[in-house]
Ligand binder design. Structure first.
Ligand code: MN
Length: 480
């Protein structure tokens, strides 16, 4: 990809001055000069591909610049100060955020830990755009995964399917989620993937004629309405079919996969107009109509859903939506990144922040319980918690300034009671050492060792304090 291609794509949706973009383009080329990827390509090809994906999402200029520069801090000798001086705080913060996520390696095979990791990533990235860049980065890495060793392929695919695909889903980025899942699926279960891929192709070929006939008939009716529209067929997510097969314990042949058509138009009023045309032309299936435009889903998804009977007797699911709703359903939170063209100043930022906060809250509401919602909200926005790892890669949540003693009691009461020392990132520290997010903490215990009274002044968590008190009281070591 050339600079001109990127500029052209960007100008299709933005009238922002592109000087910064051109600077970032050149800067990343120089910074990564002489570096190569496993494929033998110039390293900078990767940075450009990430920027290109971000432009597909229609992100603002700062985000695309950060995409071009996202590996500069990680993979070159360029210091953060330089980046800040050249590109300002906003872009520097985005790049620093992506770099930070890179250091949070996902090594645990424990699925329960994956949720902790996802939360940690969300909390670490104070700006949601950091995650969008990270997902674009992962998408390109997955597309080019074939060049790496089989062991690396498995490791990265595992991380992608357990960490990044659910993250994309939660942000409503379904297109990205599907692609990440299918690419991972291909490396994790190559035989199943190939088999399913072939079967889906065959089924698709068989039904293509049926669908084409229906679309022709539909076209005739829609055209006569004079309302602008386009028809889109639904993409297939192989991994979701595979998951369905496992869940229902059924072979592919027994998995229902309804025919589906999407109608995309220009306005909400026209969505209803086209719905009228569809229902007048084809008999709707009773109770199949759902109005997600008047009542959007919590993740902001909007569309009209209905199922009608084609002349062949086959049922066809129809979704009607505006272009904007379509973008939201494919790109999720990225589609909502509002930047008002030509508007600068405090108001613009306030608007962005409020908008961002609103969406953050809305997608958090998808979490299963209110308690979980409140907790995530607190963690993600206040950052009053830190995330510390066990040497095995498990994450524990502690309050800010939590100490190795708090951590020890978090792991287990016995570990706390017999704690005699701690190593943080491989170095011995005092028990009152203030831990930071991302630290790996190893607790050293000794049999027959026991809690001291002065520990009560060290620990920051109520649970550790009460466990220490409990021990001291039991052993008559408290003066109360
Ligand atoms: Mn990268």
């Amino acid at each position: 990809m050339e600079l001109q291609d990127l500029l052209k794509k960007f100008r299709e949706y933005s009238s922002q001055d592109t000087t910064l973009l051109e600077l970032a383009w050149n800067f990343s080329a120089e910074a990564h000069a002489d570096q190569k990827r496993a494929s033998g390509e110039e390293f900078v090809v990767h940075c450009r591909a990430v920027a290109d994906i971000l432009a597909d999402f229609r992100m603002d200029q700062e985000t695309i610049c950060a995409g071009l520069l996202h590996d500069v801090l990680e993979d070159t000798a360029i210091p953060p100060d330089t980046l800040k001086k050249e590109f300002g705080d906003e872009i520097n913060n985005l790049v620093a955020g992506v770099t930070k996520i890179e250091t949070l390696k996902f090594s645990s095979r424990d699925e329960a830990q994956a949720e902790n990791w996802r939360r940690m990533i969300l909390a670490t990235a104070k700006d949601i755009r950091v995650i969008v860049i990270k997902l674009a980065d992962r998408m390109h890495n997955m597309r080019t995964l074939g060049w790496l060793s089989p062991a690396k392929q498995l490791e990265i695919s595992h991380e992608t399917i357990s960490l990044y695909a659910p993250l994309a889903q939660r942000l409503g980025m379904f297109q990205i989620k599907s692609e990440l899942e299918d690419l991972s699926f291909r490396y994790l279960h190559p035989d199943e993937y190939q088999e399913l891929h072939a079967k889906v192709q065959i089924r698709f070929a068989k039904r293509e004629k049926l669908l084409a006939e229906f679309q022709d008939a539909l076209d005739k009716h829609l055209l006569s309405s004079k309302v602008p529209y386009r028809l889109v067929s639904r993409a297939k997510n192989l991994y979701s079919i595979y998951r369905k097969m496992l869940k229902q314990d059924k072979p592919f042949e027994e998995i229902q996969d309804a025919l589906g058509v999407r109608i995309i138009t220009d306005s909400v009023v026209n969505c209803y107009a086209l719905l009228g045309v569809v229902h007048a032309a084809f008999k709707p299936v009773t109770n199949s109509f759902t109005d997600y435009i008047a009542v959007p889903k919590r993740n902001l998804y909007q569309s009209l859903h209905t199922t009608v009977v084609a002349s062949s007797g086959e049922q066809v699911e129809i979704q009607i939506r505006t272009e904007e709703m379509h973008r939201t359903s494919e790109y999720g939170i990225a589609a909502h990144w509002r930047y008002k063209l030509g508007e600068k100043g405090a108001d613009r930022h306030l608007d962005e922040k409020l908008n961002w906060l609103r969406q953050w809250i809305e997608w958090l509401q998808d979490l299963s319980s209110p308690r979980e919602f409140i907790e995530s909200f607190k963690t993600d926005l206040e950052l009053d918690q830190i995330f510390v790892f066990t040497p095995k890669g498990e994450v524990k949540t502690l309050p800010v300034d939590g100490t190795p003693l708090d951590f020890a009691y978090y792991v287990h009461t016995d570990v706390g009671d017999t704690c005699v020392g701690a190593k943080v990132n491989g170095k011995m520290v005092k028990l009152d050492h203030a831990l930071k997010s991302g630290d790996i903490c190893e607790i050293i215990t000794r049999k027959n060792s026991f809690p001291r009274k002065d520990w009560l002044t060290i620990v920051k968590t109520a649970s550790a304090r009460s466990k220490i008190r409990h021990y001291l009281r039991e052993h008559k070591m408290l003066d109360e």
